[in-house]
Design a binder for this molecule. Structure first.
Ligand SMILES: Cc1ncc(COP(=O)(O)O)c(C=O)c1O
Length: 382
């Protein structure tokens, strides 16, 4: 492998990383939980942020070409032609989602999600007094279009407004929704007047031969809205700035976001995320090669040392959904693994009703840490 982005030694990570991933638990715990990567940083981002700091460019965000950078990348990588003039900036993806859901649904109104799904979707919906309605993925972690059709019919039966919050690609299963599935989603959503919000933060992290499809490229998606940033793929969660991209027929909705909301992105976030989209494409390609090797390693380790467990090998992201139910660790295995094995993984129940007995493993770390983590999990069994 040509590059070494994920080989930062464990002692250096423990010493140098002060983010929540590394500081929530005591030093003897291996942290494979929250979606931060242990990667070395992207040099283009380091240069851009360092230069801004050095020249004292530390004010509020101006126009740094963030939207144009996303539009260029989207055209080049996914053949998605999108108008930067229609995009607006927000603090981060979840803040954007929260404010859009406020505009598109009513208090206590339904927001449909497909579990197992990103745990913070539940939090963001609760935080704005909306109601989560679950339409789970199928057993093989695909969108269940018949169930979505029935659920959308049910939640709109009384005439109220409803939204569907999509993770595209899907955290925590790594499902890369196909163009046909997304077209099917758009059709059922339109049939029932349900608004689709597509969270595409993991889009650059797709493993070949799978291909990412932007929701707004499929027919029928014109009333959809995408929210995204470079934050997951370039590991920039600390540098907040995200983009809201309206479908052709959703511009009027996005224009209703209050200027207070669209003023929320940090200048350093904008500088960092713009540099990532503009100059970090090679870097993310190298990273995806290393992540691909890690997902294969994790699969091998699980087969060898955790007999009975099953790993859903993801087609994208650096998150893997691990079914530990046959191993007798109960409905909340992450708590046991933390206590007995000193490994922090995310508890499956946080990802919805389908998650009992599962954990989510963050494999964006060094192969050595992955080996040690699986050895520790194996040590908790029997
Ligand atoms: C699907 C998804 N959306 C959003 C986020 C968080 O994005 P932000 O920090 O920009 O709100 C994450 C973080 O893991 C995620 O996995």
């Amino acid at each position: 492998m040509a590059t070494h982005l994920l080989d930062v030694p464990l002692d250096a990570l423990r010493r140098d990383r002060t983010s929540i991933k590394w500081r929530r638990y005591p030093a003897d715990v291996l942290p494979l939980w929250i979606a931060e990567m242990d990667t070395r940083p992207c040099p283009a981002v380091v240069d851009a942020v360092t230069a801004a700091m050095t020249r004292g460019d530390t004010g509020y965000a101006g126009d740094e070409g963030y939207a144009a950078a996303l539009a260029e990348l989207a055209e080049a990588e996914w053949a998605w032609s999108t108008d930067p003039a229609a995009m607006v900036r927000v603090t981060d993806v979840l803040t954007g989602v929260a404010h859009l859901l406020r505009l598109l649904t009513d208090v206590h109104g339904p927001v449909v999600v497909s579990p197992p799904v990103y745990n913070a979707f539940y939090d963001v919906i609760a935080s704005i007094d909306r109601r989560v309605v679950e339409a789970p993925l199928t057993a093989d972690a695909r969108l269940d279009l018949d169930l979505l059709d029935a659920t959308f019919a049910e939640v709109t039966a009384g005439g109220g407004r409803a939204a569907y919050l999509l993770s595209n690609p899907h955290n925590p299963t790594g499902t890369v929704h196909s163009a046909a599935e997304l077209e099917g989603l758009a059709a059922v959503a339109e049939r029932h007047g349900v608004r689709v919000l597509s969270d595409e933060i993991h889009a650059p992290l797709v493993f070949a031969p799978h291909r990412f499809t932007p929701y707004l490229t499929v027919p029928g998606s014109e009333r959809g809205i995408t929210v995204t940033s470079a934050s997951k793929a370039w590991n920039l969660a600390g540098l907040k700035a995200a983009l809201v991209v309206p479908g052709e027929d959703a511009r009027v909705d996005v224009a209703r976001l209050h200027p207070f909301v669209t003023f929320g992105a940090s200048h350093f976030g904008v500088i960092a995320q713009t540099a990532a989209y503009r100059h970090g494409r090679e870097w993310v390609r190298d990273l995806v090669v290393e992540l691909d090797a890690n997902r294969t390693l994790l699969d091998e380790l699980v087969r060898k040392h955790l007999s009975g467990a099953s790993l859903l090998v993801p087609d994208s992201t650096y998150l893997a959904w691990l079914d530990l139910r046959p191993l007798g660790l109960g409905d909340h295995p992450a708590a046991t693994l933390l206590e007995r094995g000193r490994v922090a993984v995310s508890e499956g129940t946080m990802f919805g009703s389908a998650g009992a007995g599962h954990v989510r493993v963050n494999f964006a770390t060094s192969p050595d840490v992955l080996r040690e983590a699986v050895a520790r999990i194996a040590g908790c069994l029997g």
